[in-house]
Write a protein that binds this ligand. Sequence first.
Ligand code: 5AD
Ligand code: SF4
Length: 438
Amino acid sequence: MKKFYIETFGCQMNVHDSEKVVGTLLSLGYSPVATPEEADLVLYNTCSVRDKAEQKVYSRLRQFKRAGNGKIVGVLGCVAQQEGTRIFEKAPHVGLVCGSASYRMLPELVAALEGGGRRVTGLDLAAGETFETPYTKRDNPHRAYITISEGCDNSCAYCVVPFTRGPERSRTSRGILEEARELAGSGATEIQLLGQNVTSYRDPASDGLDFAALLARVAEVPGLRRVRFATSHPRDFAKAIVDAIDANPVLCDHVHLPVQSGSTKVLERMRRLYTRDEYLRRIEWLKGARRKIAITTDIIVGFPGEDDAGFEATLSLLDEVQYDSMFSFKYSPRPNTAALALEGQVPEEEAGRRLTLLQEKQRAIQIRRNSQLVGTVQEVMVERYNQATGQWIGRTSQNRVLNFVCPPGRVVREGGYLPVHVTRAGPNSLAGEAVDLL
Ligand code: 5AD
Ligand code: SF4
């Protein structure tokens, strides 16, 4: 029996890509094992969005070098696409380098290695979509990812993704809806629609459905209780999306709208294609919705040319928007990107100082916002039982983690939905008790 091990880094797209890769390997007669030591085929599905993520892969490859005799080692994903055959020079024990646009070729590539081939690659960015894979091995039977588009046509000055995932391709709404119906039929109740920029989705079929219309259709699939999506680009974020959320509560009360900076000047240098005011207009739409929609964001500090005033503008944006959660990063220079040529690099230490300030401010906002929910009842989808704390972990429609306890004898199951009374709030989660149903 041939055995494989896979480790995944990076975003949800990568996590879902790995599900497709695992499905493909199972179809080739491989079975999964829990450690690289036991495996004949060791795969790393990699991320190169920041240098730290990329370095993690090389550190894995170094660790594994000693243990790896006789095994096939493969690098997949964004570092594979970005570095290509240079990976063979840096890590000579690697036999397979394959970017996400080429996963359809995996059966042939693996067969070539099994047949004695030393080095094989799948690096053609034009290799086509990876949407309609017959084999996807999903681990979670309740919550499923569906890819609606791949790649990105923007050129944000800091971002490596257009180079690692290629130009944007949308999948047909027919394929998406078929997959959603199939998943609902097999018991999934939550769907997450994925794309590097879902908001610029356009059905390649003749009716040219846009993202808001697609959302509305997916939310009507019988059996689904929650539909989420990521990631949105503020420029393409249309009012119709908020209207769709308003019209159907299956669409979750949460929008992730990465702003990156609160300064119009910095946004321009980042080539984000919107101003602070244009961004804030989208926030107004969201805040004007009938249900309370949680808003979360991504922010980069220390982008070249971000001066004190630029950073202050980001701080004041946090005050103004009152985000429910935020991912924040120090700018990391990436290969091929336009920002490499920009002047005004911010020293590492100063970027670190800004990151700390930003995170402190956001922490206070989250404590305040979460504490406003104490005393309310929130419906959660149950994720799992946490042995260490004796609590169940649930998630609200607004994507908040709500840890809860249950009256003795009450049956709770993973993937189930139930109302929880919120009794406490922290910066990153809520705590509560399952409501007694009598
Ligand atoms: N440096 C730091 N952060 C980055 N991101 C993307 N590229 C970079 C970079 N070069 C962040 C952005 C994006 C998130 C996924 O990662 O905030 O929204
Ligand atoms: Fe990382 Fe971006 Fe690639 Fe996702 S698309 S794995 S975040 S580099």
